[in-house]
Design a binder for this molecule. Sequence first.
Ligand SMILES: Cc1cc2nc3c(=O)[nH]c(=O)nc-3n(C[C@H](O)[C@H](O)[C@H](O)COP(=O)(O)O)c2cc1C
Length: 204
Amino acid sequence: MKITIISGSHRNPSQSMKVARFLRESWRAAYEDDDVGIFGLADNPLPLWDQRVWEGSAEWRALLDPLREDFRASDAFVIVSPEWHGQVPAGLKNLFLLFGAQEFGHKPALIVTVSAGEGGAYPVAELRMSSYKNNRICYLPEHLIIRRVESVLNENPGENNQESDSYYRARISWALGILREYARALGQVRASGATQSSTYQNGM
Ligand SMILES: Cc1cc2nc3c(=O)[nH]c(=O)nc-3n(C[C@H](O)[C@H](O)[C@H](O)COP(=O)(O)O)c2cc1C
């Protein structure tokens, strides 16, 4: 099974990338035969969408084709998003303009949001409301909100709030297990052919 974790923070370094790395290591520890990778938006590797994407310009294809291949081969995604001014970062929304149903369609995704304080609910709501219509990504009903992120999931135990850290580690492990089962189940849905249509290419 192939899992892609997308870290949606443009900052470098970022707490979202710290969380993404923790998720990757947790997945590897639990399911050692799986292929799990991170694609990070640190330093903005993807320019803003423009018309040449739809025209298939050579420049865009050189940038996007390797990622398309990687995402198309993925069975499931984890979308890690910080809360920035109550929103999902613009670069993550841009990613959802650049890739579509062939990469994400009818594949499960776990939303993981990150806040330095008590935030994190707005990006969950935003992703659920407006990032799935045409690409048909399937967000799990379970999601994770990592609050006070600087005090959890650090490699150095001395930097962690022990109670919160233990809670998040256990809950992450549970959520990843759910994601893996959805990945197995939705693989069958895609293989059935029921989701394919040349008529209904976009969601309503
Ligand atoms: C531009 C910007 C806006 C932010 N706005 C919020 C916010 O609205 N709510 C919140 O809980 N944290 C906010 N934060 C703090 C983030 O929660 C904090 O940076 C956290 O580490 C996650 O972001 P990161 O993955 O980029 O590090 C903001 C951070 C930045 C850089």
